[in-house]
Design a protein around this ligand. Sequence first.
Ligand SMILES: *[C@@H]1O[C@H](CO)[C@@H](O)[C@H](O)[C@H]1NC(C)=O
Ligand SMILES: *[C@@H]1O[C@H](CO)[C@@H](O)[C@H](O)[C@H]1NC(C)=O
Ligand SMILES: *[C@@H]1O[C@H](CO)[C@@H](O)[C@H](O)[C@H]1NC(C)=O
Ligand SMILES: *[C@@H]1O[C@H](CO)[C@@H](O)[C@H](O)[C@H]1NC(C)=O
Length: 282
Amino acid sequence: MDSMFNVHLILLHIITFLTLVQQVLSADFQFEACKPKTCGNGSIIIKYPFWIQEDYCGQPGFGVTCKDNDPILHTSGYDYIIREIDYENKSFRVENPVLQDKECPVPFQNSTFSDQTPFKTGFNVRELSFHYNCSNYQPGRFGYFVYPVTSSCAKSSSDDKLVSFAILLFTPPKDFVMDPLIICQSLARVPIEMEAEPSLGPDGQDKDYMLLLKKGLTLGWDRISCTGCEESGGYCGFDKSSIFVCFCNDQPHYESCNGASVTPIAPVAVDKPTAHGMSFST
Ligand SMILES: *[C@@H]1O[C@H](CO)[C@@H](O)[C@H](O)[C@H]1NC(C)=O
Ligand SMILES: *[C@@H]1O[C@H](CO)[C@@H](O)[C@H](O)[C@H]1NC(C)=O
Ligand SMILES: *[C@@H]1O[C@H](CO)[C@@H](O)[C@H](O)[C@H]1NC(C)=O
Ligand SMILES: *[C@@H]1O[C@H](CO)[C@@H](O)[C@H](O)[C@H]1NC(C)=O
């Protein structure tokens, strides 16, 4: 009986050892998948609530793709370039991609973050309203905040009298009424951010709307914080029933790697009761 007990004890040790080896060698695949990433050589870390490949690593609406070394956020308007993410303050800064277009740095599409996205814009967001190929335009009619749009891609080459320009709209932009005499062929509005009144040039006009676009736009989010999970060595995400989980090296846990584990995974769960059963039977 004694030797039988020893054999069981040795077996138990071997099984425990093998289980440990298995746990160390095979880190949870979701843990692997949700490790923070960058786009190529880029310096911006992409992690929860953002995600690149696996949507369970982040929140809906926070999916990004990589273009060259930049993370790109897709919206119903533009595919914005993410320039900065501040995970601590839950905010990020995006830039309108038209700025990268050397030939034609002019927006032709509407873009808004107010409705369908999970992001909040700051209170200092205004809109730049671009009006293309307009007739009867008279300079000075709108006061100060009109910006000439002179790129050749933005205006008619055949009709010199057609003019393109951008107006800075103060909130609420809905209330803006265009001079009915001015007839334009197309219109596009994009959000911009302003810390203060626009700076005016010597003749009362800020000459370059590009300067406004270049500041980019800061967006905020307020979803579940990942701090507890990250501090315990895990990565946040969601399980199949959209419940918030913390993916840890061994398996997913609730809240943090120190929390209760989500449905245990087969090898670990099966080996342990068997080993216990054997030692109890002696
Ligand atoms: C990464 O950066 C190095 C130099 O900084 C550059 O030579 C290389 O092409 C870059 N790789 C990618 C994928 O952009
Ligand atoms: C977060 O915001 C606070 C103030 O709102 C600021 O002092 C701090 O620098 C910000 N953190 C980062 C990393 O920018
Ligand atoms: C942008 O939205 C305005 C209405 O706010 C609409 O009149 C205009 O046609 C839209 N422009 C484009 C390019 O879709
Ligand atoms: C302006 O007019 C020209 C020629 O009529 C046209 O090719 C161009 O697409 C128009 N631009 C916009 C933004 O409507």
